[in-house]
Design a protein around this ligand. Structure first.
Ligand SMILES: NC(=O)c1ccc[n+]([C@@H]2O[C@H](COP(=O)([O-])OP(=O)(O)OC[C@H]3O[C@@H](n4cnc5c(N)ncnc54)[C@H](OP(=O)(O)O)[C@@H]3O)[C@@H](O)[C@H]2O)c1
Length: 282
């Protein structure tokens, strides 16, 4: 890391949602390398906390506060944010995809929280191999459909409603203090939507709008909000789901982390409402 980009989060108190996830395995160590004053990571699954701990040093762990908090409800979000000394930086990684053809998609699944790793019990499962995956997945389409046909995630609640709560309360603290950097993580699908991912892409497009609305509301302050749009990320889950694929072009979590950390730094003061594509080499 060059001198110019080292310690760019120095003395900042960082709220890092989703820091224990697949992308978090790259983002959390990178954030810590920039010497923040503290990093608060909410979680619901203790196993993911242990997985993250296994890639961090003892010194890293001293700067992290892990807090059990289900961010789909407002009071845990409010408590989490209020308990922080300050919220200088919000890096919001929480999200996840759902899959299914629009005309077969159950409305409850579209809008609601069904919990992670639900088995799809709609006809989309049976027909998923013939469904179209996003163009940028190219020849991975069949594997993508086969591997993911049996898994779905929450859509609007996980990617958008939850983000609203986290951004709302973080912004409140930032406005009190007069400083803030918000970085959200969307998806390439927000601007290049693919079939069978309608709920996910619509939710991520909503997250782009939410982030840009905040950027507009905070004009004239030292608070900024920007969003990155990754393509397929090289995470353990993607390696498992697409294990015969060449992952060399996938977005590396630590390179995406560098982009995120720059946007979260003082230096990015003139970037407001930017939608930053991070597509790797696919
Ligand atoms: N993976 C990709 O290829 C890819 C591509 C484009 C965009 N993205 C986006 O990148 C982001 C990170 O993806 P990922 O692959 O790292 O996902 P992931 O491995 O599934 O991790 C999700 C993270 O969100 C946390 N989380 C989920 N629900 C939560 C809740 N209700 N309350 C608190 N925390 C919660 C999880 O913590 P717990 O397990 O403790 O709940 C976990 O840390 C997402 O926004 C995703 O849409 C991913």
């Amino acid at each position: 890391m060059s001198n110019k980009l080292s310690s760019i989060l120095k003395d900042n108190h960082v709220l890092l949602t989703g820091g224990t996830g697949g992308l978090g395995l790259g983002v959390t160590p990178t954030v810590l390398a920039h010497k923040p004053a503290s990093v608060t990571i909410p979680y619901t699954n203790a196993r993911n906390v242990e997985r993250l701990k296994s890639v961090l040093s003892v010194t890293d762990l001293d700067s992290i506060r892990f807090v059990t908090a289900n961010l789909t409800d407002e009071s845990p979000v409010e408590n989490l944010v209020n308990e922080m000394e300050q919220v200088d930086v919000l890096i919001h990684l929480v999200g996840g995809f759902s899959i299914g053809k629009t005309h077969e998609y159950p409305y409850e699944k579209w809008k609601a929280d069904l919990g992670p790793f639900q088995i799809i019990k709609c006809p989309a499962v049976a027909t998923s191999r013939r469904a179209k995956a996003p163009k940028y997945l190219g020849r991975r389409q069949n594997i993508f459909n086969t591997a993911l046909a049996f898994i779905t995630w929450r859509s609007l609640e996980l990617n958008l409603a939850l983000a609203f709560l986290v951004l709302k309360h973080s912004l409140r603290r930032m406005l009190e203090h007069g400083y803030g950097r918000i970085v959200t993580v969307g998806s390439r699908g927000a601007v290049q939507p693919g079939g069978k991912l309608a709920a996910y892409c619509a939710a991520k497009a909503g997250l782009v709008a939410l982030t840009q609305a905040i950027a507009d509301e905070t004009k004239g302050t030292n608070i900024t909000a920007n969003i990155v749009l990754p393509s397929v990320i090289d995470t353990p889950s993607n390696r498992d789901a697409m294990n015969t694929e060449n992952a060399s072009g996938w977005v590396k979590p630590d390179s995406l982390a560098q982009v995120i950390c720059f946007l979260a730094s003082e230096a990015a003061v003139d970037m407001r409402g930017a939608v930053v594509p991070v597509y790797g080499n696919i």
